[in-house]
Write a protein that binds this ligand. Structure first.
Ligand SMILES: Cc1ncc(COP(=O)(O)O)c(C=O)c1O
Length: 418
């Protein structure tokens, strides 16, 4: 496969809203929101001020000492969470460790071991979350004994259906065949299935209507806990606090990270139903988990989103972003599909015969960067989807500028416009 590009070290000295600024004053629009973890913009005072205040008072407390503050944040999160989630775990730092925490909870609660996940999924960078993620190239150099634990099944990727079928006449084969995978490919003891509501790094793959209802039926039939990995999709990215709400996904657990820190402050959480509150503190607790700075950032982020105004804007402006991006498929022969929700969109780049074109995608990213627009590619999938995910505070004018620049970058990579 084509190696994913590393972005150049552009020498940014500071951030202003949705822009990153170089020492020479050059301003770049960051339409990737950092690493999808700067939803409120780089210098949002509503988060910067409480974080600085916290830093000045006390920068670290062990998670036992910050128990009261953690419990308060959990209360706020579960009040917003989908389904019957009433408990939470905050002794994490990143999305990777939150996903490991969810697996630990599932294993302890069910006394089973297996983890079901999707092709093209990305659940983290630790050895275990790399092993349960749905791509091979990131595992090549790291043998780890998860063969008997990890089972992966095709993703709901209608544009490139694994089964060569078409929705809805496919009858959601990507779900229905999971029964067979479990029976013949699993370890007979599957504890949980972990799913990104929209597969982020795999290519901004939005499942078709009915997918999650059908998936829940399969999981219920096999007594498997459904875990929503909302590390990318959570905290407003889709115009809803949780993407599960928008997509009819009813998980037993949700993992959060990235956007929860508002301006890129690392913080992570697992939310779960009361019956899944099974871990003892020593079973999953990181040195800097639930640290006061992270808690301050998360609380301030929720304060910003609390009145629903920004979420409403993301829903409305997200429709505009979709309407601006859709014509790219008419304008450029290499654009094979445009899909997304809220401020989470993907533009799929293909060769003339419809194959994924990661080289062209990399060229588009480099050209966009030359034009001072930062976008990222689906580097853990086939590498051929340009991900357009501006901070939630991007205005309609910003969106127009982003799409115009992207369109110009696509054209400049050498194709006759349609
Ligand atoms: C869906 C998803 N889950 C988990 C992770 C891992 O999060 P982190 O890098 O914070 O460990 C990522 C990171 O990109 C992600 O996109």
């Amino acid at each position: 496969m084509t190696a994913p590009i590393e972005h150049a070290a552009l020498g940014f000295t500071h951030g202003e809203g949705i822009r990153l600024v170089r020492a020479d004053g050059a301003r770049f629009i960051d339409a990737a929101s950092g690493t999808f973890n700067v939803p409120l913009g780089y210098d949002n005072e509503a988060v910067v001020a409480p974080v600085l205040d916290q830093l000045a008072r006390v920068s670290h407390l062990g998670s036992s000492f910050s128990r009261t503050e953690s419990a308060r944040l959990v209360e706020r999160l579960v009040a917003l969470a989908p389904g019957g989630m009433t408990r939470g775990w905050l002794r994490d730092l990143t999305g990777s460790t939150a996903n490991e925490c969810a697996v630990r909870i599932a294993q302890k609660a069910t006394q089973k071991s297996g983890v079901l996940s999707l092709f093209l999924s990305h659940h983290g960078q630790t050895l275990f979350t790399t092993a349960i993620s749905g791509n091979a190239f990131r595992k090549e150099s790291f043998p780890v004994a998860t063969a008997d634990v990890s089972l992966k099944v095709p993703a709901p990727y209608c544009h490139r259906c694994f089964y060569g079928a078409t929705y809805p006449s496919c009858g959601l084969m990507c779900v229905e065949r999971i029964h067979d995978f479990l029976e013949f490919g699993g370890n007979g003891r599957t504890a949980c299935m972990i799913v990104e509501p929209i597969l982020g790094n795999g290519g901004n793959i939005v499942p078709p209507p009915g997918y999650f209802e059908a998936l829940k039926r399969v999981c219920d039939a096999h007594d498997i806990l459904l875990v929503a990995d909302e590390v990318q999709t959570g905290i407003g990215r889709t115009g809803h606090m949780f993407a599960c709400d928008a997509l009819g996904f009813e998980p037993a657990m949700v993992t959060l990270a990235k956007g929860l820190g508002g301006i890129g402050i690392p913080v992570a959480a697992v939310l779960m139903e009361a019956r899944l509150d099974v871990l003892a503190p020593y079973e999953h607790s990181y040195t800097s988990g639930a640290n006061p700075i992270a808690l301050a950032a998360a609380n301030a982020t929720l304060d910003v989103l609390a009145d629903g105004r920004l979420l409403g804007e993301v829903r409305e402006n997200g429709r505009l972003l979709g309407a601006l991006l859709a014509p790219l498929a008419e304008r450029h022969a290499c654009v094979g599909d445009v899909r997304g929700l809220g401020y989470m969109w993907g533009v799929e780049i293909e060769t003339p015969d419809g194959a994924p074109d990661p080289d062209r995608t990399n060229a588009i990213l480099a050209e966009a960067e030359r034009r001072r627009l930062i976008v990222r590619s689906s580097r853990y999938g086939r590498g051929n989807v340009v991900k357009v995910r501006p901070p939630l505070v991007a205005t309609p004018d910003d969106l127009v500028e982003i799409v115009d620049t992207l369109s110009a970058a696509i054209a400049a990579t050498g194709e006759a416009a349609r």
